[in-house]
Design a protein around this ligand. Structure first.
Ligand SMILES: *Cc1c(COP(=O)(O)O)cnc(C)c1O
Length: 458
């Protein structure tokens, strides 16, 4: 295995050093305690200047490479500098880079809405565009509330989410996000939604299946909905896998039960597929594995192939119709400057083309099986718990008291030429859908070596 041996000290005299210093001095990095990047020694967290990407690999300025094991925050599906997406974007660039979508329309926005409608068998017939995932969450929440308001039920103005949910970090999205690290500091600014238990499959008792856990959790949802649905507009959830909570996986049975309960109690079901959509869980949409359709569907991240900021809220025609009126105030008066950006929509169309041309979902069945086989040896390690998989997401938990474990694992994986980003003590892989056998083997071996470095060979 090719190994990146460069230490933080060696980096000081490398071509990366200048970029590193300039970034630390001028860029405020996201989701980061900046001081950790300035630290030296064992606790140092390397900030890595990337010069270019190619396929599943990222290259720094001094020639080290890193296999992108997390698809650059879950967005990249078909590799960096993908020739087909590049070509589509170049053509679009020469035709129309942007035009406002209020009062105007254009081919990529129309075609993308039509293609996504077809992918939902026509059930989610209208697409509303925005630029990032958190905005899609906000749009779905506002649409749901406004729908009920237009139907004379303005008192339906509260939302339900699952424990451990993550739906973005703007103030509105934080209201339905139940991750303390992101939420607590801003709690006074939000109008927190109520949470109901997440059907986390790891909670199964000795005699229970994941479906049993789902049924147990659904009983709590039923209790909540039957007593409070008069005030609840929607239930929002991440179907099958709660990403930021630590790749928490659950049985599709919960989605079936939640769908039925929402129908019975007249509450919208919002599926946030920002992370789990676009083939990540094995089907194009995660909710398909429960044979249901949501009322509102949020997409972002992978939809543009990891190229450009784009998010989309798909809704049922019935929701669209509730806003269709002579009165402006009954309309959905929400907008973003770059709504429906033609380049982003074109990247999404090129991404959907690749799904079709390469029969990606089918190829991923085998790829996912190989990924599991490559990672399976870690389950033998005495600190490893709950090795789990749903499609192209693999995760395991590491039992350790070392508060620096996530950082140490991240570093050890980088030294073995793999980019991971532990969520607390959960290690996960969420790679692009292009890995060949050699890259899969590299990924498995690097994770195993990083585990040995951080926890010993047990
Ligand atoms: C990433 C994510 C979001 C937020 O998307 P941003 O583009 O980062 O705002 C919302 N929901 C889920 C499930 C996500 O994984």
């Amino acid at each position: 295995m090719r190994k990146n041996r460069k230490t933080a000290r060696a980096r000081n005299s490398s071509p990366d050093a200048d970029w590193l210093a300039r970034s630390l001095a001028a860029v405020w990095h996201p989701c980061t305690q900046m001081q950790q990047h300035a630290a030296q020694g064992a606790d140092a967290l390397p900030l890595i200047p990337i010069e270019r990407g190619e396929g599943a690999w990222l290259y720094d300025f001094s020639g080290n490479r890193y296999l992108d094991g997390v698809s650059s925050w879950w967005v990249n599906l078909f590799g960096h500098a993908n020739p087909r997406i590049n070509a589509a974007l170049k053509t679009q660039l020469e035709t129309l880079e942007h035009v406002m979508l209020a009062g105007f329309t254009h081919r990529p926005a129309i075609e993308l809405a039509e293609r996504l409608r077809a992918l939902t068998d026509g059930v989610l017939g209208h697409a509303f565009y925005a630029s990032d995932g958190a905005s899609a969450t906000e749009i779905a929440l506002k649409m749901s509330f406004h729908y009920w308001k237009n139907h004379g039920k303005a008192q339906k103005n509260r939302f339900l989410c699952l424990s451990g949910s993550y739906h973005g970090e703007t103030i509105g999205a934080l209201a339905v996000t139940d991750v303390a690290l992101f939420r607590d500091a801003y709690a006074p600014l939000t109008r927190a939604a109520d949470t109901v238990p997440c059907p986390d499959a790891r909670l199964a008792r000795a005699d229970e299946t994941a479906a049993d856990v789902a049924r147990r959790a659904a009983q709590c949802l039923e209790a909540k909905l039957t007593t409070e649905s008069e005030h609840i507009a929607a239930l929002i959830l991440e179907p099958l896998v709660q990403g930021a909570a630590g790749m928490v996986m659950y049985d599709p049975e919960y989605l079936r039960l939640a769908r039925a309960l929402c129908d019975r109690c007249q509450v919208h079901l919002i599926c946030d597929e920002i992370a789990v959509g676009c083939g990540r869980t094995g089907t194009f949409f995660a909710h398909e594995q429960a044979n249901i359709r949501p009322d509102l569907l949020c997409l972002s991240k992978g939809i543009s192939g990891g190229y450009l900021p784009l998010s989309i809220v798909l809704c049922r025609d019935e929701i669209f119709q509730a806003f269709y009126d002579e009165r402006t105030t009954r309309g959905f008066l929400h907008s973003h400057s770059y709504t429906g950006n033609p380049l982003a929509c074109r990247a999404a169309l090129a991404t959907l083309d690749i799904f079709r041309q390469d029969d990606v979902l089918r190829a991923n069945i085998e790829r996912a099986r190989k990924l599991y086989a490559a990672l399976a040896p870690v389950a033998q390690h005495e600190n490893v718990r709950h090795l789990r998989q749903r499609g192209m997401i693999l995760a395991f938990d590491v039992a350790t008291d070392d508060p620096a474990f996530p950082r140490r694992f991240y570093r050890a994986a980088l030294e073995n030429a793999v980019l991971t980003r532990p969520l607390g003590n959960t290690i996960y892989l969420m790679p692009p859908y292009i890995l060949d056998d050699e890259e899969i083997a590299h990924l498995g071996a690097a994770v195993q070596r990083a585990l040995f470095t951080t926890c010993g060979k047990k």
